[in-house]
Design a protein around this ligand. Structure first.
Ligand code: G3H
Ligand code: 13P
Ligand code: ZN
Length: 313
């Protein structure tokens, strides 16, 4: 099926407007009915465009039929929502998502030798563009040890001197950059650690018309860490970059901001609190509803206080 049959937009369209008007479209990851509903409810309340991000693992977890069934049944405005493959690692998975009805794919060739990253990205661009599906690619490596798909112990910043040629050769629609963020909840080692705005500025100067993407952009709200630990969890030394720093990145051509860990924390904090305070409940709907509501609240908060994407549809 083609994504337009689902009333979805591609990310090229959404990000072009965001870059022009100086805000970022949030890409929130989801993995089930509750997390999808949380994102769509937040999008509806804030009247924000939103990118629904599905990792390879999340696609496998939900299964294509259930995932696309949920998208078919979901309520959103035409022009508001993109369905995006997050961190696709092969031509085959990007093709598969495109053919299912995704409107956007990311090919993450960041760990490949540059020439191979370019040739694979271009091969995927040629396929997805025929169906007007958008392509995001990545240069530079983000560290992070949380997830199988994004696991990397090494880190290298994006080299601003190669971005122009990379975009030209790959025909990518947007570019994910490495400027100091990382995946997961352990993002910074000291309170005064800063993102590399100098690198971001050079990248933006070299490719001013290309929307840039910030992965690993959760800010790790400390209230959720505290709540998780208070009710039986054990997450220590987990810090992200402040909303002030993310907003500054948005002012420097970041037009798509990826958030997954914050949603996981909101969801888990609510589950732990609900079960802990109500030891006799055993109906999953009781705690899943609380978790969904908390994730919705956090998505709304990030749309309003970080992304600036409210009322942009
Ligand atoms: O950056 C990747 C996302 O956090 C996806 O994580 O592969 O565990 O679904 P996942
Ligand atoms: P976080 O782990 O910071 O939420 O990053 C999510 C992400 O980059 C998804 O692609
Ligand atoms: Zn990512």
């Amino acid at each position: 099926m083609h994504y337009s049959d689902f009333g979805l937009s591609n990310t090229k369209t959404l990000l072009k407007r965001a870059l022009r008007d100086g805000y970022a479209v949030p890409a929130f990851n989801f993995y089930n009915m509750e997390t999808l509903d949380a994102i769509l409810t937040a999008a509806q309340i804030t009247q924000s465009p939103v990118i629904l991000a599905v990792s390879e693992d999340a696609l496998e977890y939900m299964g294509a039929d259930i995932l696309m069934g949920m998208i078919r049944g979901a309520k959103y405005k035409r022009g508001q929502i993109a369905l995006h493959l997050d961190h696709g690692h092969s031509f085959e998975i990007c093709k598969y998502a495109t053919d299912l009805g995704f409107s956007s794919v990311m090919f993450d060739g960041s760990a490949l030798p540059l020439e191979q990253n370019i040739s694979e990205s271009r091969r995927i661009a040629d396929y997805v563009h025929k169906q007007d599906v958008s392509l995001e690619t990545e240069l530079g490596i983000l560290s992070g040890t949380e997830d199988k798909n994004t696991k990397s112990l090494v880190h290298s910043y994006t080299d601003p001197s190669i971005v122009k040629n990379f975009v030209k050769q790959t025909q990518t629609d947007s570019l994910a950059v490495a400027i100091g963020t990382s995946h997961g909840v352990y993002k910074r080692k000291s309170a005064n650690e800063s993102l590399r705005f100098d690198i971001l500025t050079q990248i933006a100067n070299n490719i001013p018309n290309v929307p840039l993407v910030l992965h690993g952009a959760s800010n790790i709200p400390q209230k959720y860490i505290k709540q998780i630990n208070k009710f039986g969890g054990n997450i220590k030394n987990a810090y992200g970059f402040s909303p002030v720093q993310i907003r500054r990145a948005i002012s420097l051509h970041i037009a798509k901001v990826n958030v997954d860990s914050d949603s996981r924390l909101a969801f888990t904090a609510a589950v732990r609190k609900t079960l802990n305070q109500n030891p006799s409940i055993f109906n999953p709907r009781d705690y899943l509803l609380k978790a969904k509501d908390e994730m919705t609240k956090n998505c709304i908060d990030e749309i309003q206080n970080i992304m600036g994407s409210g009322y942009k549809i």
